[in-house]
Design a binder for this molecule. Structure first.
Ligand code: KIV
Ligand code: ZN
Length: 391
């Protein structure tokens, strides 16, 4: 069966950059955009041009250098936002304007103080106006996660009628359960006139830790685009992590869903984004965290040394990590010590290993982690030292 391609819409430079204190300058945005293009993302959301002159310049400069991906600029359903987004995208080979409006009752009542019908008119007019500048228009129904499905379908129909090419269904507050989000996508597929002519997109926030699961449910139920950020950064608890959704689709081929991402670049770009934004990546972060391919307990280490797949479902090389790490701690066993000692240049016999292991445990109980220089010291302190070095 042929693999259905899921478009990866990267919003590291827009939603990701909304993390407090992580503002990027134009040069940094251009550097990251170059690597995102190289990674193989399909769309790069470069910024929100009306928000500041600096962001306008960033979207312009990113548009000039991106070779393969579409470049997208965000706007509200406001004429001046849309006009500025179009201007900032002038040099893009494949420009996309992303415009939209809140559709949940909470947004309609408190943010806009409008009626449901008036929101539909605003949505239609915004898409129509954006269409006068570029062909590719993505419409977002902000807070779609908490919008009643019947009304959401009417808003989507208006956006399609006005010329939208992509419909973004954001779970803006990260509220939905995966089953609810999946059902929402399915409902829209079945109840929106003209839906077969547009791409449905998942944009999930991580307030309950469900962003990745919701995006996957979305594509299983017929969405064809996932909006995500490197390392899952973004407003509050962040967005769907690009590296997670890409690797889930790759590791589960039975879903018949794939992406154009060069997965070997994932670790490198994760580090690049973390350095430029000054946000440290948690060590246990899936796929790109420092511990994602580290093994520290004796039982796991023994299993991995015998066969990597015992405790690893991803080959670290597939995501750009050179090799799995066997970390020596007081929980490590003889197999791990022998493995690391060999790497440090010592081939130990069984008796020598028993002897060195008792010195190792004494060290390991005092230190959090045993490094290569500690191994040399441990060997030196063992009774077998002379035997080992003369071998
Ligand atoms: O989370 C959200 O609803 C958004 C929209 C602006 C697309 O980021
Ligand atoms: Zn968002």
């Amino acid at each position: 069966m042929s693999i259905n391609n899921i478009q990866i819409f990267d919003t590291t430079l827009r939603d990701g950059e909304q993390v407090p204190g992580c503002k990027l300058n134009t040069e940094q945005k251009v550097t990251i955009a170059t690597q995102l293009d190289e990674l193989g993302v399909d769309i790069i959301e470069a910024g929100f041009p009306v928000s500041s002159p600096g962001d306008f310049t960033s979207v312009t400069e990113v548009s000039k250098i991106v070779k393969n991906a579409s470049v997208c600029g965000l706007s509200r359903a406001v004429k001046n936002d849309i006009k500025l987004a179009a201007e900032a995208l002038t040099y893009a080979r494949k420009p996309r304007i992303h415009t939209g409006i809140g559709t949940s009752d909470s947004h309609i009542k408190h943010k806009f103080k409008l009626t449901r019908d008036k929101i539909i008119v605003r949505a239609y007019e915004a898409v129509r106006y954006a269409k006068s500048f570029v062909e590719d228009i993505e419409f977002y129904a902000e807070d779609a996660g908490r919008t009643e499905n019947y009304y959401l379908a009417r808003v989507c129909e208006a956006a399609i009628k006005a010329g939208a090419t992509v419909l973004n269904i954001p779970d803006t507050t990260g509220y939905c359960l995966p089953s609810e989000y999946g059902e929402k996508i399915k409902y829209l597929k079945e109840n929106v006139k003209g839906i077969e002519n547009v791409v449905l997109s998942c944009h999930c926030h991580n307030d309950l830790g469900l962003a990745t699961a919701n995006s996957i449910e979305g594509v299983i139920n017929g969405a064809k685009q996932i909006e995500c950020t490197i390392n899952g950064i973004g407003e509050r608890a962040g967005n769907t992590a690009l590296e997670e959704v890409v690797m889930i689709l790759k590791q589960h081929p039975h879903l018949n869903l794939g992406t154009n991402i060069k997965t070997e670049n994932l670790f490198g770009i994760s580090k690049l984004v973390s350095e430029h934004m000054g946000i440290y990546t948690q060590p246990n972060k899936a796929i790109v965290g420092a511990n994602a391919f580290s093994h520290s307990s004796g039982i796991h280490q023994d299993g991995v040394i015998k066969n990597r797949e015992t405790y690893e479902i991803i080959n670290p090389k597939d995501v750009g990590v050179t090799e799995s790490a066997i970390v020596l701690t007081a929980r490590s066993g003889r197999a791990a010590l022998a493995y690391r000692a060999k790497k440090a240049g010592y081939e130990l016999t069984k008796l020598q290993l028993d002897d060195v292991y008792s010195v190792f445990l004494d060290f390991a109980d005092r230190k959090k982690e045993i490094k290569d220089n500690d191994i040399h010291e441990i060997i030196e302190k063992s009774n077998s030292y002379h035997q080992i070095i003369s071998a």
